[in-house]
Design a protein around this ligand. Structure first.
Ligand code: FES
Ligand code: FES
Length: 166
């Protein structure tokens, strides 16, 4: 066992881990952040996506012991602003971009990253390509793509959404 210290959702957190402990298991177990889901454990579904030092990662594919001390992790629990949902969360609700909701935490984290990575604008095709690492077993993809485009608009990118994808 070894001790790891991380900044998780803006708070200093530490825990004892084994060499084999996956980041997702650290988050869901000792750190109690169960909003990050495990859908496959084989790095395919994207339910476990979190932000690590600003980048999105599949937390089931990261050994916690390999993280630098004080690495910054952001999980779905920190996306809303207190009681105010993030625009992307609102858009998923308004566009019915979820059914059972199992894939939703990973999709929301990924969707925010997609918007930030493409300040030049997003098309529906771009969203579909960028979401290739996130699977929805309820197969609600049409509404998910619509939600990401609406979320992008509500995040302040209205003029950049390409008209042909409205
Ligand atoms: Fe990590 Fe499926 S649980 S990609
Ligand atoms: Fe059920 Fe996506 S909403 S898995």
């Amino acid at each position: 066992m070894s001790k790891i210290s991380l900044i998780v959702n803006g708070r200093q957190r530490s825990a004892e881990i084994e060499g084999r402990t996956l980041l997702v298991d650290l988050l869901r177990g000792p750190l109690g952040l169960t909003g990050t889901h495990v859908g496959c454990d084989t790095s395919q579904c994207g339910a476990c996506v979190v932000r690590l030092n600003g980048d999105t990662v599949k937390s089931c594919s990261v050994l916690a012991a390999t993280l630098e001390s004080n690495s910054e992790i952001t999980t779905i629990e920190a996306i809303a602003d207190a009681d105010e949902l993030h625009p992307m969360q609102r858009a998923f609700s308004q566009c019915h971009g979820l059914q059972c909701g199992f894939c939703t935490p990973g999709l929301i984290i990924t969707a925010i990253d997609i918007v930030e990575k493409h300040p030049e604008g997003l098309s529906a095709d771009m969203v579909r390509k960028e979401l290739k690492g996130n699977l929805c077993r309820c197969t609600g993809y049409q509404n998910i793509v619509a939600a990401v485009l609406k979320g992008a608009e509500d995040m302040g990118f209205p003029a950049r959404i390409k008209a042909e994808n409205a």
